[in-house]
Design a protein around this ligand. Sequence first.
Ligand code: S3P
Length: 446
Amino acid sequence: MSSHGPACPMTAHRSDGLRGVADVPGDKSISHRALILGALSVGETVVTGLLEGQDVLDTATAMRAFGADVTRGEDGVWRVHGVGVGGFAEPGGVIDCGNSGTGVRLIMGAMATCPIVATFTGDASLNKRPMARVTDPLALFGARAVGRSGGRLPMTIVGAVEPVPVRYEVPVPSAQVKSAVLLAGLNAPGETVVIEHEATRDHTERMLAGFGARIVTEETPEGRVITLTGQPELRPERIEVPRDPSSAAFPVCAALIVPGSDVLVPNIGLNPTRAGLFYTLQEMGADLVFENLREEGGEPVADLRARYSPDMTGIAVPPGRAASMIDEYPVLSVVAAFAQGPTEMRGVKELRVKESDRIAAMADGLRAAGVTVEDGPDWWIVHGLGGDVPGGATVATRLDHRIAMSFLVMGLASARPMTVDDGGPIATSFPVFGPLMAGLGARIDG
Ligand code: S3P
């Protein structure tokens, strides 16, 4: 969906201790992949716990446009009848991926080795984001892309009629790029090889293996080498989507900074490619405990228990950890404002090309709320005030859900309220954010 209607301002007020259980929704990354791989398999894939955020709903609509049958039962279970690898039909209209970089980039990959043409667009945020990072490797398979200048959407991809497999070194740490190449490789004969120098989230690799593809990952001195054998018949799967650690980050961080809080966030996946924020918070001295640590579906899972942590101190976040917490820097910077001393975040250039320029968006809002921030092209430093954050600002969320939620978390603990000019984008990833936070005792209106 290209727009979400009129702007919806929201204000967060200083709250008493947050308490209770926060059942966050399904993982966004895994939800997109479940629908896309379901659409590429033969037979019925059944998905429970799918995130019903707008980004994922847009991917469901796109899969229908490419010929898959995607339905939601009254019990909330989703069923996908796929068309098989290489079986995508040519869509009759433009594919609108709304706000979702993951949606558009993965779908471009999946269709690029089919003999069809598709045109993609998105909202004002997505139409500014770089697509050459995906269309460059897709060209190696034989696909062609024509978009706006600078490689922006709207863009038409002419799929390769006789695709060839590729060997591609991903030049930026991006799971979206890696996944687009792997999905394109599905319909190329022979072996497609992707090399990444920094490990990014590996949900596509895990799920491809689950659907029966032959895919091997090796850790080598040149990096992670992923080899996919093309043209498999993917068999349908039953997928239980785990809960989203990136959504869990918001109630967890709110509990750490609101005095008197004690919040349990159950069933959160601690896949090492996703869990960097939680280790960072622990290093800052957060009272954050992994309870009931266990394995589910081959992944570490825990119930996160977060309590008010008045004695946190800033740290230098290791740059090598960036990929495993890339979506969590905005809310980390809010916690950093309440900690003692500086928190340094380096090696984070990718933050500048997310749903918004997240360094600029957070730095502007933090400064307006009385926090000192320094920033450069690929780094920023937040100077923590040790608890006394003035707040009292209205912040532009720039069509970015995580900017909106981060400043609302801040307003629960700052001296004066924090307002975001538009909370509408929250529905892209965490549609129940408002009621869930209210259930813990958060005072958020709008
Ligand atoms: C995602 C990968 C990340 C992340 C995004 C989801 C994915 O983007 O920021 O929210 O599901 O593959 P990049 O691959 O561009 O780093």
